[in-house]
Design a protein around this ligand. Structure first.
Ligand SMILES: C[S@@+](CC[C@H](N)C(=O)[O-])C[C@H]1O[C@@H](n2cnc3c(N)ncnc32)[C@H](O)[C@@H]1O
Length: 504
């Protein structure tokens, strides 16, 4: 499989300038857009074919829908780069030079937009387009995990960023919007060639380096490391892919990153990554804590498990993702499924968790004031997109509380503080209709992680009074006067609401 030449980028950029997601949606309509979300291409193909020689329709058909066009149609879609230029730079294959000769794309290319930026991402063509199993060195386009990592990344202005396992370079492009310089690494030379092409198309400079894990950046340090690593657990006997299987046993690649990333972080630097972890009898927190404890550099850590699958479900999901399905050859599916379960059973793995990991090197560099945060929690359900701003605010709130504690002010300072309930927080009251007092009160966060905190009447009353007028101490005093017992014991719960962004 070929990779595109970056020399084609400026001319191609001129041809794709108006090829936006909105333009495609307008062309193919809502039904086809929704079908594309389900990886069904037929409705979009029908709609785009109906648009005849519209350049947006032709670009979409050629590069995103796997349609074969004629030379004349490609000439219309790529007036600046031209058919010859596109063929010479590895974007298309033509069967001849006559107007009617067929042309097909050699890669997938599609618009990718954020609120502030518009890029185009080239990658290998997916299964939905080729209807064939992926090659082992497949270079992935923007997938669900890519979007999750992009959403959770904290986008404060930073100096140096490392995108480890850059693939098509999508995280590196995001990083370029708030970093002074960005290094992208990958074991796959093909992936780096795609990343270079995408960067050239975006007009962004990336420092791209080939190598495994931290090898290409030995001796260097960063303010932010992002990684959507190849975290899929694949036993011997099951198909593996460079883009999703790190080549280490079990969940070794994620463990290795968690234990070593601290060594490339500047003081105050942050690493954000996604991962799978194996869950044995001791629970998921034990597994992740083992990795955190193995880091020679003491780190703050905030790990959120978002989901878990039992060993059999996990095997099914990733075999299906690899295109190994019962209908395509029962024996190989069963054999690969067995390989998964024998591997998991042998190592006592009952479930596999999925989630996000945030590591931070204390600003002191791990010296006098070491890590202050180790938060491991299981939070399912919808979360805010982007989540990065919420993480920034939560860490800042945590740091403010720690600063008060270390100044010896702690609770005394909190009692003097005026808090305001965040605008996305609501109160839900549940109880049987005939009961005067509610049985359950939930304080629910609309944004962030969408947390729901069970509150007694004291805590609910406290939150209800947080309009920024009275201090924490004054509200607790008023609650005591109203007969709420042990109002001062609410302080730990209040701190938690501050750290999680429900009280500001
Ligand atoms: C899941 S893809 C992520 C691609 C891209 N960063 C994204 O978010 O869409 C993982 C990438 O890691 C690369 N990779 C695999 N093993 C690696 C290793 N040992 N060190 C560095 N990169 C690796 C793969 O080639 C692939 O490009």
């Amino acid at each position: 499989m070929s990779t595109p030449s970056s020399e084609a980028a400026p001319a191609l950029r001129a041809d794709v300038e108006h090829w936006t997601n909105d333009a495609v949606a307008e062309l193919i309509g809502e039904r086809a857009v929704l079908a594309l979300d389900r990886e069904q291409l037929v409705p979009a193909r029908l709609a785009a074919r109906a648009a005849a020689d519209d350049p947006i329709a032709l670009l979409t058909r050629l590069f995103a829908l796997g349609d074969t066009l004629s030379v004349a149609q490609v000439a219309r879609a790529l007036p600046t780069l031209g058919v010859q230029g596109a063929a010479a730079s590895g974007l298309i294959a033509t069967a001849g030079a006559s107007d009617d000769d067929p042309v097909r794309a050699l890669l997938d290319l599609r618009p990718y937009e954020t609120e502030t930026h518009r890029w185009w991402i080239a990658s290998d063509r997916g299964e939905a387009v080729t209807d064939a199993r992926l090659e082992g060195d497949h270079v992935l386009g923007v997938g669900g995990a890519s979007l999750t990592l992009a959403s959770i990344t904290m986008r404060s202005p930073v100096g140096r960023v490392l995108d480890l396992g850059t693939g098509s370079g999508v995280q590196a492009l995001h990083a370029s919007t708030h970093a002074h310089s960005v290094v992208g690494t990958d074991v796959s030379r093909r992936a780096l060639e795609f990343a270079a092409f995408n960067a050239a198309l975006a007009g962004v400079t990336l420092d791209l380096r080939e190598g495994s894990l931290l090898d290409p950046v030995a001796g260097e340090t960063f303010d932010l490391v992002v990684s959507n690593p190849p975290f899929v657990i694949t036993p011997a006997g099951a198909p593996s892919f460079e883009y999703r299987d790190g080549g280490m046993a079990g969940d070794g690649i994620v463990g290795s990153l968690v234990s070593t990333l601290g060594g490339v972080l500047n003081p105050g630097g942050v690493a954000q990554l996604l991962g799978n972890w194996e869950i044995r009898a001791e629970g998921w927190e034990a597994r992740v804590s083992e990795w955190l404890d193995a880091s020679p550099v003491p780190l703050d850590a905030w790990v959120v498990q978002r989901d878990s699958l039992d060993a059999a479900q996990y095997a099914e999901v990733w075999l299906r993702d690899a295109g190994v399905i019962p209908e395509r050859g029962r024996v190989s599916f069963d054999e690969a499924y067995e390989a998964y379960l024998s591997d998991f059973d042998r190592r006592g793995v009952r479930e596999v968790g999925f989630g996000m990991i945030l590591l931070r090197r204390p600003a002191s560099g791990g010296g006098t004031s070491g890590p202050t945060l180790r938060r491991l929690e299981f939070l399912e359900g919808p979360i805010a997109t982007p989540l990065g701003p919420h993480l920034v605010a939560s860490l800042a709130a945590h740091d403010r509380l720690v600063a008060l504690d270390s100044a010896g002010l702690g609770d005394a300072a909190l009692l003097e503080t005026r808090l305001t309930v965040a605008s996305d927080v609501t109160r839900e009251v549940y109880g049987r209709p005939l009961l005067v007092d509610p049985e359950h009160i939930l304080i629910r966060q609309g944004g962030g992680f969408g947390r729901a905190v069970r509150a007694d009447t004291g805590l609910a009353g406290f939150v209800g009074a947080c309009d920024g007028e009275l201090t924490v101490g004054q509200i607790l005093g008023a609650l005591s006067a109203l007969g709420v017992e042990h109002a001062n014991e609410l302080l730990p719960a209040i701190r938690e609401l501050v750290e999680t962004g429900m009280l500001a």
